[in-house]
Design a protein around this ligand. Structure first.
Ligand code: F6R
Length: 613
């Protein structure tokens, strides 16, 4: 959460920072601010609301500066407000700092500072850390800010990515990272700093991903990386494989709808070069190079959060069915704090779009310390989870900017299916015919997704009809049960309508009490092993006057008779169906969200990348 940007070089810093903040707004958007340093004068401007509110406030202000830092916030300590917005200024006014993360022991440090006579203008942990740094700075012999920062960071626990500037140093940004991402772009006589590469991409493709416990001293012509022990580290320069167009809206009204419509090509990109149905094979280096480890796993544990966790649930069904390996799916936030049994021979699959989710990252660190083999399924190339994993496969969905995850989810499903098929084939737990049939089915998926998207208008109409409902129920069975959960999550996130996902048969054990003539119940009822059973569940809802919306397979003549509204998808093998059934639910949520006038790319209280626990 929170987006940070910094610039030092010959350009005007403000336009670079402002544009960068707009790109990072998906990470948080309750307030934003900038600190600009010019002629020894450090000006800090901040404003509650979105970056556009800051931009408006800045009209007529003194914007001249070739060094500056900017922040867009997702509140942790202290409500969204002007005074809690970043950057924060130190007591003397000499330092300004922005921070992404949480300082867990801030209360203790704050008390120490209060005892020394400090007072605070905000409720944030950041202001505490900044004054702690300044206090150390004022008392150390060397007078070095960098040293003061190192000393301070050794005392703090929690997560941070910070950028710090000093009124008396007109060229330098000092940065440090632990647990929250930081990328430094290397230009000609200039440097860019940001939470991800999107603010940097239009200026340079050469970047350095800063690691945990590293400090960067960044000047226009120089980048020095050090560890907290003051030893220099050689920066590892990576070339960005991303185009500017990929992070712009390209004519769509919102990123979310753009990303939904990109899915035929993102799934194709995910399969491309890996799946060759004609040759009857899948090639995935991350899997092939570790095939014995994966095939001989005693157990697979899948660790993830949110939508990625739903992809994990689908994988549980698929891997157990095809590979006959026991699978457990864990919320990363639970896994990290309980005392899970991880044995030698267990494989952990980590699923994450951003690759920066704090709960997932820490859960994996813990599992890795215990000797687990980690296979990462990640979208953001070069992200922390990707780097922590022993092996893995990227989803290749491209930058996902809309806060609600869509194309990353279908990419995760495609990767998980290829992983499961490869293991099953190697382990001979699948017949050659079934293996070939599933390869063929997977290969056809992008086309079928495109066919569903052609009928998006039908879902817009449905959304208009049901947008005023106060609750929704989503029901599915088997492979489509996790899709019921995902449909409910999507709707909650971007329409603020309360929604619950349930296994269709479980409904009668409680949620059925909610059903009346006002409750829309979305059934994912494609043709599969459970079709007759789910038809019975529809009857149960119909008998209680619930409003049935069903997602069904073309040619199904029973479900329409029971449904108030239905949407058909092309016939598909039940195992692969989740990649298709989720698409109408994404569209339904999107259209309900916009019908209700919600900013679907930036729904309230959410952030794209949850880098706090
Ligand atoms: C829902 C959504 C979140 C994320 C979750 C995990 O639309 O986007 O639930 O899925 O925060 O994020 P990643 O996948 O980045 O680890």
């Amino acid at each position: 959460m929170c987006g940070i940007v910094g610039y030092t070089g010959p350009r005007q810093a403000y336009p670079v920072i402002l544009k960068g903040l707009k790109r990072l707004e998906y990470r948080g958007y309750d307030s934003s601010g900038v600190a600009l340093l010019h002629n020894g004068q450090l000006n800090v401007y901040k404003k509650k609301g979105k970056v556009a509110d800051l931009e408006e406030m800045m009209i007529g202000k003194s914007l001249e500066a070739t060094i500056g830092i900017g922040h867009t916030r997702w509140a942790t300590h202290g409500e969204p407000s002007d005074r809690n917005a970043h950057p924060h200024s130190s007591k003397s006014g000499r330092l300004a700092m922005i921070h992404n993360g949480i300082i867990e022991n801030y209360a203790l440090i704050k008390q120490e500072l209060l005892n020394k006579g400090y007072s605070f203008t905000s409720d944030t942990d950041t202001e505490v850390l900044l004054n702690f740094i300044e206090d150390i700075h004022q008392h150390i012999e060397s007078g070095s800010l960098e040293e003061a920062l190192r000393i301070a960071l050794k005392r703090v626990s929690g997560a941070y990515c910070i950028l710090l500037i000093d009124q008396n140093d007109p060229e330098t940004i000092i940065a440090a990272r632990k647990g929250s991402p930081l990328v430094i772009g290397i230009g000609k006589g200039e440097h860019f700093l940001a939470s991800d590469a999107s603010p940097i991409i239009e200026y340079t493709k050469e970047v350095v991903y800063v690691n945990d416990y590293e400090l960067a001293i960044v000047k226009p012509d120089e980048l020095i990386l050090k560890n907290l022990g003051n030893e220099k580290i050689t920066p590892f320069i990576t070339k960005l494989d991303m185009e500017l167009a990929a992070i712009e809206k390209g004519g769509y009204e919102h990123f979310m709808i753009k990303e939904i419509f990109e899915q035929p090509s993102t799934i194709y990109d995910c399969l491309r070069g890996r799946l060759d149905a004609a040759a009857g094979m899948i090639r995935m280096a991350g899997v092939d190079n570790h095939i014995e480890q994966l095939t001989n796993a005693n157990r697979i544990m899948i660790v993830a959060c949110g939508t990625s966790w739903h992809a994990g649930l689908v994988a549980e069904y698929i891997i157990e069915e095809l590979c006959r390996i026991p699978v457990e799916v864990e919320y990363a936030s639970e896994f990290r704090y309980r005392n899970p049994i991880v044995n030698k021979g267990d494989v952990i699959i980590a699923i994450s779009q951003s690759g920066e989710t704090a709960d997932t990252l820490v859960a994996l660190e813990k599992a890795k310390e215990n000797g687990a083999f980690i296979f990462g399924i990640v979208n953001a190339v070069g992200s922390s989870i990707a780097r922590l994993s022993n092996a893995g496969a990227y989803t290749h969905a491209g930058p996902e900017i809309g806060v609600a995850s869509t194309k990353a989810f279908t990419g995760q499903l495609a990767v998980l299916m290829m992983v499961a098929l490869t293991i099953a084939h190697h382990k001979k737990t699948i017949t050659q015919e079934r293996y070939q049939a599933l390869l063929n089915e997977l290969q056809d998926i992008p086309e079928k997704v495109a066919a569903i998207l052609k009928n998006a208008e039908a879902l817009r109409k449905m959304a208009d009809k049901y947008k005023d409902a106060s609750d929704f129920l989503f029901l599915g069975r088997g492979y489509n049960f996790p899709i019921a959960l995902e449909g409910a999550l999507k709707l909650k996130e971007i329409s603020y309508i309360h929604a619950e996902g349930y296994p269709a048969a479980e409904m009668k054990h409680g949620p059925i009490a909610l059903v009346d003539e006002n409750l829309p119940v979305v059934f994912i009822a494609t043709n599969d092993l459970y079709h007759e059973k789910i038809i019975s569940n529809m009857q149960e809802i119909k008998a209680r006057k619930g409003k049935i919306i069903s997602i069904i397979t073309e040619g199904d003549t029973t479900s329409p008779k029971l449904s108030h509204d239905y949407f058909t998808i092309p016939p598909v093998d039940e195992l692969i169906a989740p990649i298709l059934t989720v698409i109408p639910l994404q569209l339904l949520s999107y259209y309900v969200g916009i019908a209700k006038g919600i900013d679907v790319d930036k729904p309230r209280n959410l952030a794209k990348s949850v880098t706090v626990e």
